[in-house]
Design a protein around this ligand. Structure first.
Ligand code: SF4
Length: 379
């Protein structure tokens, strides 16, 4: 591939586009950001997909078609030899794009080759073997992911307590725009610092009784606000602080970052340790992590756990079938939500409100009668 300003597009998944953009511009390639996923994207993707395929596939295909229609030269897809259908996504999408008559180039980023997969991808896309530049690009992209996750958890804290609705999200969005302007680690760090400072200026109600919820599920749905119908914003407005159990940075720690650079136990390591009584091995997707997240939430005494996954997601169907037993054993409120193109907003919000009510009542009850709650928990 020649080193010219080619336009490369990639699928959306929450704010991950910021890290893609950072890596591509560092190696001299123009990152083309497809229009953010919308109902139109979903309808384009659904129209050109098998009916029973999972939601992320449809949205990714929709992102690509919208990018191609806007004149992009390359579309980039993440590939991985996972146990579920993800391993087939790339080839299917490439084939569908050909059948639709698009001649746009297709290039894969094989994440399960770890850092090597990233290096190969950036060499291919930039047409240069400039290892110094490539290592810089990877480092900057990884640090960007961590910065975005830090901002996200800050946002969650302030959103649940803010007096003026939407104030912390405004500050968060401004911080993202500043992060996008960074060209090196120093600028990134200062944009992050500034962003955290701006969010923390948001006026909060110190008396509000906050609930704490862990959000787990299939990684795409957890991290993508379009497909989870902005669940964190909805919960924030109800006074719930959400912690993403499955974040992009935790995935990077398990799949990309070499062992010598990791501190402490990773999410996957914890999953193998905790999930054993309920699930003995990795069954694909994020099921093992999700099962262990219930026990991790219980350990930290949070008020509840919400599990989100796409309709027909095979690994998550398995984890959902394990949850009733876990609910019984732990007495932890668990809400499972299945998302697809048919998910209606009104019913969805009603379910969230009912769950928040349930957690509040349980919390009040445990304050009045802690012994009773402990007795249930000890069962
Ligand atoms: S984890 Fe589920 S949603 Fe994700 S690719 Fe696999 S089957 Fe599809």
């Amino acid at each position: 591939m020649k080193n010219e300003k080619i336009k490369v597009a990639f699928p959306h998944m929450g704010t991950i586009y910021v890290a893609w953009e950072m890596a591509l511009k560092t190696v001299g390639v123009e990152a083309f950001i497809p229009p953010y996923t919308s109902k139109k994207t979903l309808s384009i993707g659904t129209k050109n997909s098998p009916e029973a395929i999972c939601l992320p596939y449809k949205l990714i295909l929709g992102n690509f078609i919208e990018a191609i229609e806007a004149g992009v030269d390359y579309v980039s897809m993440i590939a991985s030899p996972g146990i579920c259908r993800l391993g087939e996504y790339g080839r299917n999408i490439e084939q569908v794009l050909k059948e639709l008559g698009y001649s746009t180039n297709y290039v894969e980023l094989n994440l399960y080759d770890g850092i090597k997969g990233l290096i190969d991808y950036l060499i291919k896309i930039s047409g240069k073997k400039n290892y110094f530049q490539i290592c810089n690009a990877i480092y900057l992209a990884i640090r960007t992911v961590f910065a975005l996750d830090e901002l996200q958890s800050f946002l969650s804290y302030y959103r649940a307590r803010e007096i003026k609705k939407g104030a912390s999200e405004h500050a968060f969005l401004r911080a993202i725009q500043n992060i996008r302007k960074s060209t090196n680690i120093k600028e990134l760090n200062s944009a992050l610092k500034q962003g955290l400072k701006e969010i923390s200026k948001v006026e909060t109600d110190k008396q509000r009784d906050i609930l704490h919820v862990d959000l787990t599920g299939e990684i795409y749905i957890v991290n993508d606000e379009f497909s989870n119908q902005n669940i964190e914003r909805e919960l924030g407005a109800m006074g719930v602080q959400v912690r993403r159990s499955l974040s992009v940075s935790s995935f990077l720690k398990d799949a990309i970052i070499p062992k010598m650079f990791k501190k402490g136990e990773t999410h996957l390591e914890r999953a193998y340790r905790l999930a054993k009584p309920y699930l003995m091995r990795d069954i694909g997707g994020d099921a093992l992590e999700c099962v262990s997240d219930v026990l991790y939430a219980k350990e930290r005494n949070v008020d509840g756990l919400i599990h989100v996954c796409p309709f027909t997601c095979m690994p998550e169907i398995m984890s959902q079938n394990i949850f009733p037993k876990m609910r019984e054993d732990t007495n932890l409120p668990i809400l499972s939500l299945i998302m697809d193109e048919q998910t209606g907003r009104a019913g969805y919000i009603t379910r969230l409100e009912a769950f928040v009510d349930l957690m509040r009542r349980k919390k009040i009850k445990s304050k009045i009668n802690p012994k009773e709650t402990n007795a249930i928990n000890a069962k």
